[in-house]
Design a protein around this ligand. Structure first.
Ligand code: SF4
Length: 406
């Protein structure tokens, strides 16, 4: 018997999934509810974090996203949403180290907006974002090729949500598009449609927006704020040939929505809104625009995390709220505003598991390493990618009325 190894089929290459640049459906099971958070922090860790931060002084600036755990937020020099935090990082040119307590795409944006002399550190590299991972650059490039072949790319401009990998922001910059946040999405869409002949609600408009990667923010903004119809929106599914759309559907569409969503906000349901209204007399429902269209339609208020915080802070004492956003923030709101009755919208939704990857042990490790002169987990965006992404971010910063609030 002879063995012909030359004719044996080559083993399939194992996919290498770089954070923020791939999709691994298996690991996305990590979005399942992990149950209660771990017990209160080890007092030694709290003391160690304090000592390391004091030793570093002004050399370190710690950013904490609103969805972070309390034990981490305690050590943040500033808290906010992704855009506000990136701007805060850029406003601290004297701090050589920025420790970003958030997720990977946020640290990338901070690296793009800070100087080459500064280093952005993500305490746990596994802190990704399932929404950002739903748009891989190869898929997006393939989509654009299909739009070109269908003859619609020339009339299409990309608008990309902040919650995306740097490579997707760079694609947007290359094709003349802009980044948006959940608070300026309407302004960004107005600007984008102006670039392709206007929104033309009277039937005269033909220009299109390719909205990445959150279909819900794109749909909610286009239909509820711009006046487009649900029929004007189509969903591009990167796992189906031609996105699962016919040429005619692409030609007729005004919003081509990428089939991505937030694994937390996408799970709030209409049933939960109706249950809250039944159970809490006079309740007001406030949700994030990453929620599904049907849920947002049934809410009293919709807005970014910053808007949710401001709305509840400004409400008269004794008001009842159910809130559809990340649970760490909702719990903190309930503690900060005891004069309000604040509840979480959905029993079957829990913390953002990737946000929760940043815990006190990881923060202490990152800070103590810096004290010892070691940089762990630096986030460095490739300079070419960073330059193209920066072009898209700068277009957003030039939008009228864009503030530091997301
Ligand atoms: S809350 Fe949603 S969009 Fe935000 S980091 Fe988690 S998965 Fe991503």
């Amino acid at each position: 018997m002879t063995t012909d190894t030359a004719s044996a089929p080559a083993p399939a290459p194992l996919p290498l999934l770089v954070l923020g640049q791939g999709t691994d459906l298996h690991t996305e099971r990590g979005v399942e509810c992990p149950g209660d958070l771990p017990a209160a922090s080890d007092p030694d860790l709290v003391e160690r974090a304090r000592a390391a931060k004091a030793a570093l002084g002004d050399r370190v600036f710690v950013l904490g996203h609103h969805y972070q755990r309390d034990e981490v937020i305690e050590f943040a020099d500033v808290t906010g949403d992704s855009f506000k935090l990136a701007r805060e990082a850029a406003a601290r040119p004297d701090a050589p180290y920025i420790v970003f307590c958030g997720v990977h795409f946020m640290a990338e944006s901070a690296d793009i907006l800070t100087s080459d002399e500064q280093t952005v550190i993500l305490p746990d590299l596994a802190a990704g974002c399932s929404m950002a991972d739903m748009a891989a650059i190869a898929q997006v490039e393939d989509c654009w090729e299909q739009l070109t072949a269908a003859g619609v790319a020339e009339q299409t401009i990309p608008v990309t949500y902040m919650n995306s990998a740097a490579a997707i922001k760079a694609f947007t910059g290359r094709h003349g598009g802009t980044i948006c946040t959940s608070s300026n999405a309407r302004t960004a869409l107005d600007w984008a449609f102006e670039q392709v002949g206007g929104v033309g609600l009277d039937g005269t408009g033909t220009g299109k927006v390719l909205f990445l990667p959150d279909q819900h923010l794109g749909r909610n903004t286009a239909v509820r704020e711009l006046g487009l119809s649900l029929d004007d929106c189509v969903v591009w599914d990167p796992h189906r040939p031609n996105g699962g759309l016919t040429r005619e559907q692409l030609e007729n569409a005004r919003m081509i929505l990428w089939r991505g969503h937030c694994s937390v906000h996408g799970r709030f349901s209409v049933d939960a809104v109706e249950a809250a209204r039944r159970e809490i007399p006079g309740v007001k429902v406030i949700v994030h625009p990453e929620c599904q269209y049907e849920v947002v339609e049934r809410a009293d208020e919709v807005g970014s995390t910053e808007k949710i915080i401001q709305t509840i802070a400004a409400a008269p004492a004794g008001t009842s709220w159910v809130v559809g956003t990340e649970l760490n923030l909702v719990r903190r709101l309930a503690q900060q505003f005891p004069e309000q009755r604040i509840a979480f919208l959905e029993k079957n939704v829990c913390y953002c598991s990737t946000m929760n990857r940043i815990d006190l042990p990881h923060l202490v490790w990152a800070l103590e390493s810096l004290v010892e002169g070691r940089v762990v987990n630096p986030i460095r965006v490739d300079p070419t990618v960073a330059a193209e992404a920066r072009a898209a971010l700068d277009r957003m910063l030039a939008l009228p009325g864009t503030t530091h609030k997301d």
